[in-house]
Every structure is written in structure tokens, then in C-alpha cells.
Design a binder for this molecule. Structure first.
Ligand code: 3HC
Ligand code: NAI
Length: 697
């Protein structure tokens, strides 16, 4: 392996290069390599200045996150940076690509900073549950003032090279496209020629206090991220910069940083960071090239089809959309145009490009022959096996050999659909979530017959669309919706036994979910839940509990938000009011079935809700529907709004303790043995004293 830090001379400039792919993270070997390089620089008095560079496409992606949670190893990053700042000859850095976290902090230890257009400079630490720990909270406000520092640090944000120069974070904008070494050496020579002195940020005075900006930042982050501790802690650290001398400020920052490092939120957020990067790494796809997808066919332009088409158009794909008749096709095109207009309004799409996309990249048709040239066709027609079979037969007829046939079905058997074609190896499920141009999750549902390069194509398409893909096996509901139906059933059981739907929603939100199950049902439409119950009625076990009050709501035409009334009454926008009539319907159901209601506290509601989720997730793992617990975590983070600071449900379960969860499930099974059947995998893990994380390896 090559040296992670090299020291060379370019005439009278010492060039120190960090070469630690893929992101030049500041791990222990880099930190000690930097110390050794600084020793050499100090020992060579004819070196007039030092230039610090990052090799490759970016300067430095930050501290090495994989070291967090382990005992720190010397030298600490803060010590390296303090030493750079204190050097008696000028130190310059040239930033290309990104200077993030500890990378920006190292840059702030340098005396002069050059930023090359295209680079982003930022402090994303709070997104990992910590605060900048190597001077960022003290040095950024000394350069930019408190208000600008508070715009960036609690948000975990970054700025462009141009903005960094405006803010004073960088001193010079490098020539566009220039090699950072050439630009950096030229800058260093200019400085040497001008007789420039070292100019440490630490010598700057404290930034002026800004009580309004601090109060505003606290209010914003209490509202936006009420559960997260690191964002508010970061505000405390920035505020400290305005009254503490640099050395004390750095000590205070370090104290808060160390405190954050110990929080479960840090562990959860870092688990999420690594899981979302591991999720696409599957041994079966190693070295398997995906097929090229530039032209997408979409069949059915309703809610999902028009969303999928929008996502594809926004990512530069061509789309041909098939509907039943021209009126439906025009309606779909209008929906897509509206979606794109939304992207223009949010600044994500240029208005001129929007017009070109609509005129050149989107085609609608009613005849399948229009799909002859597509690379992948995805159907999003009604959730009905017969309708889908017909669509698949047409696709099999018209698609060119090697084109991928995909279904967006929510529940139907993808293997059975594949078997209806002459090319089952080309068939896959691509389960988008609604709205498909917004939601990040894509379940790639893989029947046994699917060719590996078709699975690879599903993952590659997800990447192109900016989605996070998770591999799922074929079963009713795949990973997410199968598990959802279990914890939703747990909620219904609690309502039946005495909790109100509103109490359940409140308790679930207090856990950190964005929504409770009944608010979610209202959003999705109560007709969907009703249709699902009807579909399952024939195979339902007599011991199962049916939420007859939900059927009653459906029969009353209360379909949720879209009809203005469901579990909640929607009169003023999307926030619903509680409805006493719903409580009457629930009470009637209890009376009819002889249930005497009992009370639940929020903790019990949360515990049962989560235990049902974890127990079903363990079954999903045992059945091979999800390969690893991290696949379930990512599914819930990106498709169901599971609070990221809890890492994911499986990470939560490990932290909570599997033995305790199993004990609770066993005790509840004494009252309801049908529903609370402990998953064999959960039992096995507890017996073997293992956790879900051990299955990720
Ligand atoms: N430490 C360790 N590994 C890291 C890392 C880091 N800071 N940043 C990225 N990696 C790893 C990823 O896990 C991935 O590994 P893999 O190939 O084995 O899966 C690999 O580097 C490439 O990462 P990406 O796929 O994310 O690469 P991209 O090119 O898409 O993005 C990036 C590059 C923008 C730098 C992105 O990786 C990123 O955002 N990284 C995290 C940045 C960050 O949060 N830095 C702050 C760290 S905390 C800190 O600095 C504390 C300090 O204040 C003391
Ligand atoms: P939808 O009812 O909004 O749209 C279906 C569209 O398909 C209609 O526009 C209809 O005209 C068209 N269509 C029906 N038969 C057709 C045919 N033979 N040829 C061409 N077009 C035809 O339904 P929605 O909600 O978009 O669902 C579509 C599929 O996506 C279903 O399989 C559903 O289970 C699945 N899905 C739905 C989600 C949702 O939240 N709505 C989420 C994920 C998947």
C-alpha cells in the first residue's frame, strides 16, 4: 500500500499530499503521517511555505468515521490541526471536490485556503450525531460571524467554493478545472513572493455575540429535528465561540464532542451511514455488469406510473408511456407536466429544460408497439393479476430481446408473473413508493428465475434515479409492506383492547416516527386497507382480529384525506381533527365482541408496536426475503420514515436488547397466542447471545 501521506519539495514549497482513497479520510495513519510531514517541514528551513493537498477527486471527506465508537488513537486530529495553525511559516491548502468535517477543519488550521470551483466546503457532523470536534465550531464563526456559522453547522450543511470565498471561509477561488497541485503551488509562490506571514484563524478575535441568530437557530432546530441532540449541542458550541478565547473554546467544543460521541444517536446515525452504502453491495452482483437503460417504457399512467415517469425524466431518461386510451394518456402527461413544474418551482429543474423534456423525452401512446425500442418496461396498471398478465403478454410480444420487464406490483406474486412470459430471466419487481418521484426507496424484488444482470440493472436504474435500492425476495408485501402489516395489526389489537387510535398515533410519533398508523392510513386511503382485508379474507385465520370499525369507516365513505374524513376530520388542510364518531365505532366493535377496554400507556404502545415490527422482520430474514438486517433498516429509513437517529429498526432492537423483546413477546402470547408467536430467528439469536448486527457481516 502506498504511503497515506507523502512529503516532497517543489522548489522552496513543501508539498504534503494525503493519499488515502476513497475519500482521504483522516484516519490514524494519515494523522501520524501528517505529524511526520510537519516534522520534516520544520526541519527544512529553506522550505518557505507548505502546501497541503488531497490526492484524487476530493480534498478530504472528514475524520475516519469507522474509528468512532472505538478508543481514540493518538495523535488526535485536533492536535494535528493546532500544530498546523501554530507553524511559523505559511501553510496553504488547495481544495478540490470536497472538504468536509475534519477535512474543512484541517483547512481552517491552514493559514491560506484556495478553493477550486466545483468543491463543497461543509461540516456534516451533526448528520452523524456529533458536532465538529477539531475546531470547526470555533474557527468557522471567527471567519464568517455567528449567523453564517449557524446557517451551516446545525444543518450539517456545506457551501460552494464561490460562496466559501464570499463568506471568508476560503481566500482565493482557484482556476476552474485546474489541478489543485498546480493551483496550490502557484498560490503558495505568490504568497512567498509577497512575503506573506502565517495567518492563523486562532489569532482572530471572538466573533460578535448574536443572541438573535442563536435564539433563531435553537427555535428552528427544536421544531425541525425535535429529537436530535447534536444539532442543539452544535449551536451551544458555536455560541461559546463568541465569548471564549480560542483555547478555551476548543476545550469546550471537545467536551461537547466527547459527550455526543457517547450518545446512542451517534451509534444509530453512523449505522445508517454505513448501511446505506452497504445495501447495494451484494455478492451475487459482484462484477456483474448491468444492462444499459436509457429509454424507459411505463405502462399505466396513474398515481405510480406518472410518478415513475417523472423520476425517469428528471434523471435524463427517455420515457414512453402507454395508457388505455388517449384521454388517460393525456391525463398522465398532464400529471407529469405538473410534477416537473413542481421541480422547476423548487429550483431542481430549469424551465427551459422542462420544456425540452416534455417535447423531446416524453411520448405517450395506446399501442404497445410504441415500446419496441425501450430498454426496460415497467408496468404500473391496476393491482389485478389478470390485468397484469395481459400487460405482460403484450410486453413479451413487443419488447426487443434483452429488454427488462418490470412490475411495480405491491403484493402480487412476481415469480408467477415472470412465469407467464417466454423470458422469465428478464423479469423483475421494481417496487417504487408513492409519490414515486419523491420517495427514495426502491425495493428490487428478485424471483429465483431472474438473471443476475437484470438484478444489477434494477440497482443501476435506482442509482440513476437517485433512489436507494434494497434487494427483496418474493412474498406478500416484500420487505416493507409485509412488516408494516404486522405492526399495523399490533396497533389494531391495542385499539380493540382499549387504546384510542389517536393515542396510538401520538405514542408512535413520540417514539420518533413521522406519523402514526391511523394518520398514515388516512393518507394512503382507507379503501386500500379495506381492499387488502378483502383480499386476505378467504385465507384469514379465525383467531385473527379484524378491525371492523375500519370496515365501517370505509362503508360510510370515509376514505381518509382524499374524502375529507377518515380516522380524522380534514377541514383545514392536511392536519386532521380527532373524531368522536370514530371512537363510537371502535366502542361498538368492542361491545359486539365482548371486549372490556383497558388502558394503555404510551410506553406499552411503543413497545408492542416495535416488538411486532421486529418479530415480523426476524421472520422476513429467516425466510430470506431480506438477506441482512441492514436491508430492513434501510427499507424503513427510506420508505417508512423511521427515525434515522435510531439507526433503523433492527439497530434499535439490538440496542434495546433482544432478550427483553423476546420476553415481552412471550408474555403477550399468553393473552394472544395467535398473533404473538416469537420468531424462531429471534429465539435463536437470544439463545446464542447474538444480535442482528452479527447477521450483517
Ligand atoms: N470515513 C470513513 N469512510 C468514509 C468516509 C469517512 N469520513 N466518507 C466516506 N467513506 C467511505 C464510504 O463508507 C464508502 O466506503 P465503501 O466504498 O467501502 O462503501 C467510500 O468511502 C465512498 O463513499 P461514498 O460512496 O459516500 O462516496 P461519494 O463519492 O458518493 O461521496 C463523500 C464522497 C461526499 C465524501 C461522502 O462519502 C460523505 O459524505 N462522506 C462523509 C462525510 C462526513 O460526514 N464527514 C464528517 C466526518 S466526521 C468528522 O469529520 C469529525 C470531525 O469533526 C472531528
Ligand atoms: P392507479 O389506479 O392510480 O393507476 C393505474 C393506471 O393504470 C390507470 O391510469 C389506468 O388507466 C391504467 N391502466 C389500467 N389497465 C391498463 C392497461 N391494460 N394498459 C394501460 N394502462 C392501464 O393505480 P396506482 O396507485 O398507480 O397503482 C399502480 C400499481 O402500482 C399497482 O400495482 C399498485 O399496487 C402499485 N403500487 C401502488 C402504490 C400506491 O401507493 N398507490 C405504491 C406502490 C405500488
Amino acid at each position: 500500500m502506498s504511503d497515506p501521506v507523502t512529503y516532497e519539495r517543489d522548489g522552496d514549497i513543501a508539498v504534503i499530499t494525503i493519499n488515502n482513497p476513497p475519500v482521504n479520510a483522516l484516519g490514524q495513519t494519515v494523522r501520524s503521517g501528517l505529524m511526520a510531514a510537519l516534522d520534516r517541514f520544520e526541519a527544512e528551513p529553506d522550505a518557505q511555505a507548505a502546501l497541503i493537498l488531497g490526492a484524487g477527486r476530493l480534498f478530504i471527506g472528514g475524520a475516519d468515521i469507522s474509528e468512532f465508537g472505538r478508543p481514540p488513537r493518538a495523535p488526535k486530529l485536533g492536535a494535528v490541526i493546532d500544530r498546523v495553525a501554530a507553524l511559523r511559516r505559511p501553510v496553504i491548502c488547495a481544495i478540490q471536490g470536497a472538504a468536509l468535517g475534519g477535512g474543512l477543519e484541517l483547512a481552517l488550521g491552514c493559514h491560506y485556503r484556495l478553493a477550486i470551483p466545483g468543491a463543497r466546503l461543509g461540516l456534516p457532523e451533526v448528520t452523524l450525531g456529533i458536532i465538529p470536534g477539531a475546531g470547526g465550531t470555533q474557527r468557522v464563526p471567527r471567519l464568517t460571524g455567528i449567523a453564517a456559522a449557524l446557517d451551516m453547522i446545525p444543518a450539517g450543511g456545506s457551501v460552494t467554493a464561490e460562496r466559501a470565498v464570499e463568506l471568508g471561509l476560503a481566500d482565493r477561488l482557484g482556476p476552474e478545472g485546474e489541478d489543485p497541485r498546480a493551483a496550490g503551488v502557484a498560490y503558495a509562490r505568490d504568497l512567498v513572493d509577497q512575503g506573506a506571514e502565517p495567518r492563523p484563524v486562532d489569532a482572530l478575535p471572538c466573533p460578535a455575540p448574536d443572541a438573535d441568530a442563536v435564539a433563531q437557530a435553537r427555535a428552528t432546530w427544536r421544531a425541525k429535528a425535535p429529537f436530535e441532540v447534536a444539532r442543539l449541542a452544535a449551536i451551544d458550541a458555536v455560541e461559546a465561540a463568541s465569548h471564549l478565547p480560542i483555547a478555551e473554546g476548543l476545550t469546550e467544543e471537545r467536551r461537547i464532542f466527547d459527550e455526543m460521541m457517547q450518545t446512542p444517536q451517534r451509534a444509530g446515525l453512523i449505522h445508517a451511514f454505513f448501511s446505506e452504502r452497504k445495501v447495494a453491495k451484494l455478492p451475487e452482483l459482484d462484477g456483474v455488469p448491468p444492462r444499459e437503460v436509457a429509454h424507459l417504457g411505463v405502462i399505466g399512467g396513474g398515481t405510480m406510473g406518472s410518478g415513475i415517469a417523472t423520476a425517469a425524466l428528471l434523471s435524463g431518461l427517455r420515457v414512453t408511456l402507454i395508457e388505455r386510451d388517449m384521454a388517460a394518456a393525456d391525463k398522465a402527461a398532464a400529471t407529469i407536466a405538473r410534477n416537473l413544474e413542481g421541480a422547476v418551482k423548487r429550483g431542481k429543474l430549469d424551465a427551459g429544460l422542462r420544456d425540452r423534456v416534455l417535447s423531446d423525452a416524453l411520448r405517450t401512446a395506446t399501442e404497445y408497439d410504441a415500446l419496441a425500442g425501450v430498454d426496460l418496461a415497467i408496468e404500473a396498471v391496476f393491482e389485478d393479476m389478470e390485468v397484469k398478465r395481459h400487460v405482460f403478454a403484450e410486453l413479451d410480444r413487443v419488447l426487443r430481446p434483452g429488454a427488462v420487464i418490470a412490475t411495480n406490483t405491491s403484493y402480487l406474486d412476481v415469480s408467477a408473473l415472470a412465469a407467464t412470459t417466454s423470458r422469465p430471466a428478464d423479469v423483475i419487481g421494481l417496487h417504487f413508493f408513492s409519490p414515486a418521484h419523491v420517495m427514495k426507496l426502491l425495493e428490487v424484488v428478485v424471483p429465483d428465475t431472474t438473471a443476475p444482470e437484470v438484478t444489477a440493472t434494477g440497482f443501476a436504474l435506482a442509482r440513476k434515479l437517485g433512489k436507494v435500492a434494497v434487494r427483496a425476495g418474493v412474498c406478500d408485501g416484500f420487505i416493507g409492506n409485509r412488516i408494516l402489516s404486522a405492526y399495523r395489526a399490533a396497533a389494531d389489537r391495542m385499539v380493540f383492547a382499549g387504546a384510542s387510535p389517536y393515542q396510538v398515533d401520538r405514542a408512535v410519533r413520540a417514539f420518533g416516527w413521522p406519523m402514526g398508523p391511523y394518520e398514515m392510513a388516512d393518507m394512503a386511503g382507507l379503501d386500500i386497507g379495506y381492499a387488502t382485508r378483502q383480499r386476505k379474507a378467504a385465507t384469514r385465520d379465525p383467531r385473527d382480529i379484524v378491525p371492523t370499525w375500519a370496515d365501517a369507516l370505509h362503508h360510510l365513505g370515509r376514505h381518509g384525506q382524499k374524502s375529507g374524513r377518515g380516522y380524522y376530520i380534514y377541514e383545514n388542510g392536511r392536519k386532521g381533527e380527532e373524531d368522536p364518531e370514530v371512537l363510537d365505532l371502535v366502542e361498538t366493535a368492542r361491545t359486539e365482541q365482548g371486549v372490556t377496554p383497558r388502558s394503555f400507556d404510551d410506553a406499552e404502545i411503543q413497545r408492542r408496536y416495535m416488538a411486532a415490527l421486529i418479530n415480523e422482520a426476524a421472520c422476513v430474514l429467516e425466510d430470506g426475503i431480506a438477506r441482512r438486517p441492514l436491508d430492513i433498516d434501510v427499507t424503513f429509513l427510506y420508505g417508512y420514515g423511521f427515525p434515522r437517529w435510531r439507526g433503523g429498526p433492527m439497530h434499535w432492537a439490538d440496542a434495546e436488547g433482544l432478550a427483553g423483546l423476546l420476553r415481552d413477546i412471550e408474555s403477550w402470547s399468553e393473552e394472544d397466542a395467535f398473533f404473538w408467536q416469537p420468531a424462531p430467528l429471534l429465539r435463536r439469536l437470544v439463545t446464542e447471545n447474538r444480535d442482528f448486527a452479527s447477521l450483517n457481516e
